[in-house]
Design a binder for this molecule. Structure first.
Ligand SMILES: Nc1ncnc2c1ncn2[C@@H]1O[C@H](COP(=O)(O)OP(=O)(O)O)[C@@H](O)[C@H]1O
Ligand SMILES: [Mg+2]
Length: 249
């Protein structure tokens, strides 16, 4: 069954129409890249799907369930995970505690419950297993703020996938990373995701072509193409945007 279905979604900020007539689906396990020039509306679309922004029109379905008006946390509990372009972790806490918090719902209001749950060995073990997959196990008790930016982004990814959501939304997962580190992220995301579907937007074309099963192109708030990577790179309109424009992305 289709994991995510977006139907005729639109978003405007006052008089500014940022998204219009957005319709697409994401299938189980699919890794779908959202590309487009700066200002095309990628972040806005991710935020409307995640619930951080309300839709001006249209609907979002997770499986058969209409989630258009639900809060981000309700969506998260239903299996719609997400990470952020800007870090939203707890920098003074350890790597392990950040991950435990993600496993428990990621909210400060859950902190008391978290303290009790921390004693549940199986949850700590699950978090530790995740940390082993990205070589962060040895440093699990170190504060997040002591880690490199790349490792912080890695923890952010671990947190996004920790609860095994049905789909994770990622906004520019390699933004700000040096090329050498960024080039490792496609593999890491694929490994962490497993069967979880991923909808991600990126300027980083290495990431797009190394991770995506399919690509969707957003241009001035409308989807102008969606297809397999080879179809998209051969699409004349997409070539025009990327080669003809001055955006360079
Ligand atoms: N909160 C907001 N209020 C008004 N305009 C916004 C807001 N957020 C984004 N925009 C505008 O929406 C357009 C799309 O922005 P964005 O979704 O960030 O694009 P992208 O992520 O593709 O670069 C831009 O013109 C931007 O200025
Ligand atoms: Mg953006």
């Amino acid at each position: 069954m289709t994991i995510l279905r977006v139907e005729d979604l639109s978003k405007n900020f006052g008089g500014l129409q940022v998204l219009s007539g957005i319709s697409f689906t994401v299938e189980p396990g699919e890794k779908l890249a959202l590309i487009g020039p700066n200002g095309a509306g990628k972040t806005t679309l991710i935020n409307v799907i995640g619930g951080q922004l309300s839709a001006s029109g249209g609907d979002v379905f997770l499986g058969n369930r209409r989630i258009t008006r639900l809060s981000p946390n309700r969506r998260l509990r239903l299996g719609l995970g997400r990470s952020y372009q800007v870090n939203n972790l707890f920098f003074e806490m350890s790597i392990l505690d950040n991950l435990l918090l993600a496993l428990f719902g990621g909210e400060r209001s859950h902190f008391q419950m978290f303290r009790r749950l921390e004693k549940r060995r199986e949850l700590v073990e699950a978090a530790e297993r995740l940390l082993e997959t990205v070589d962060l196990f040895e440093r699990r008790h170190e504060p997040l703020q002591a880690q490199s930016y790349g490792d912080q982004r890695l923890v952010e990814l671990l947190c996004a996938f920790a609860c095994r959501p049905q789909i994770v939304l990622l906004d520019e997962p390699t933004a700000g990373l040096p090329t050498a580190e960024a080039s490792l992220f496609a593999d890491v995301i694929r490994r962490l995701a497993g069967d979880t579907a991923v909808l991600f937007c990126a300027h980083d074309m290495d990431l797009v072509f190394n991770l995506a099963d399919s690509i969707m192109v957003l241009y001035f708030g409308e989807i102008i193409a969606k297809g397999l990577p080879e179809e998209i790179s051969a699409d004349p309109r997409v070539q025009e945007i990327y080669l003809g424009g001055d955006d360079g992305c």
